[in-house]
Design a protein around this ligand. Structure first.
Ligand code: A3P
Length: 328
């Protein structure tokens, strides 16, 4: 894996060197590529960390299969939850034949990161676990490799209130920093986030790209909202199952099946599993799995943001999402 990344860094060096750059939330630079910000080639141990070179390589080489289903999101919008739900839906036969399913379901023994690989990291680095058609990505719609669109692949997008995305991202990035730099202050993270300078950002532009695609091509792009899923998970899970080609059939006890899936993928359950796995790793990861589970609540940002910050963020959201029928 290291060789592959090092090779790409070399191959795309000239292209990267011409891009606008900006100091990131951690002790690295961000580069603006086709309207969105990315880190350059640095990576965490075996994890390619969504580097700009990998994205360039994917755009040059990635060949989607029509059966692939992409789970897309801006980071911290509920990706892990969506991955778990989609995986649980696709593999629900496993749940049926076991009364004590909790001990055997892969979602409870590995992590959803392994059940559904990211195109930019695990899949790119040849993840051995990949056994189904689900692929996650943080790429914005406009940067997706062309074959995903031309193969008519289905895409499920999850979006979340930008205020909660910011707070979740801020906590996440504080855990990612190398030991050389002090953690970024919230005021600074806020300032960068509102200007769209965040890894994979701007968050708003990311959402707008997929939202427009979902309105233009509803059969190809399903647009989900984290807050809606928290409010009415049953309805959203059914919608998701139908869209990804695993609808609940007449023979199934639909309510019970849906409940089971929601329960299996609940924050409480998944975060506990990760608790159990935490010390199992021999080599510590720079992104430990438990970083993906913090609170899993709607509106936690209110405990961190000032009134002024809330006003500014809400104003940007209103302007950017105008006419797109997105509400939280
Ligand atoms: P918070 O930091 O607000 O708690 P992503 O998976 O896109 O990185 O997003 C991470 C956010 O989703 C975190 O939000 C995390 O706690 C929350 N999350 C993770 N698993 C979840 C689940 N099963 N249900 C609801 N939220 C979940």
């Amino acid at each position: 894996a290291k060789t592959k990344i090092s090779f790409l860094i070399e191959q795309y060096k000239d292209r990267v060197s011409t891009l606008p750059k900006h100091k990131s939330w951690i002790n690295h630079n961000l580069y603006k590529y086709e309207g969105f910000w990315y880190h350059q080639g640095f990576w965490f141990h075996s994890n390619a960390s969504f580097s700009i070179e990998v994205i360039m390589a994917l755009q040059d080489e990635f060949q989607a299969q029509p059966s692939n289903v992409f789970l897309a999101s801006h980071p911290k919008s509920g990706t892990t939850w969506l991955k778990a739900l989609a995986f649980a839906i696709v593999s629900r036969a496993m749940l049926k034949n076991n009364t004590d399913s909790n001990t055997v379901h892969p979602l409870l023994t590995t992590s959803s990161l392994e059940c559904v690989p990211f195109m930019e990291t695990e899949l790119f680095l040849n993840n051995p676990y990949h056994a189904n058609d689900l692929i996650a990505t943080h790429l914005p719609y406009s940067l997706l490799p062309k074959s995903i669109i031309s193969s008519n692949c289905r895409i499920v997008y999850i979006c979340r209130n930008p205020k909660d995305v910011l707070i979740s991202f801020w906590h996440f990035m504080k855990q990612l920093r190398d030991n050389l730099s002090p953690p970024i202050k919230l005021e600074d993270a806020f300032e960068l986030f509102t200007r769209g300078v965040s890894p994979n950002g701007s968050c708003w532009d990311h959402v707008v790209g997929y939202r427009k695609a979902s309105l233009e091509r509803p059969d190809q792009v399903l647009f989900l909202i984290y807050e809606e899923m928290k409010k009415d998970p049953k309805n959203e899970v059914r919608k998701l199952a139908k869209f990804i080609g695993y609808p609940f059939s007449e023979e199934e006890d639909v309510d019970e099946e849906v409940e089971k899936i929601i329960e299996l993928c609940s924050f409480e359950k998944l975060s506990k599993v990760n608790e159990a796995n935490k010390n199992a790793e021999e080599t510590p990861k720079v992104i430990p799995n438990d970083v993906y589970f913090r609170k899993g609540e709607v509106g936690d940002s209110i405990n961190y943001l000032t009134m002024e910050m809330v006003e500014i963020l809400d104003k940007i959201t209103l302007e950017k999402y105008d006419g797109l029928d997105i509400s939280f």
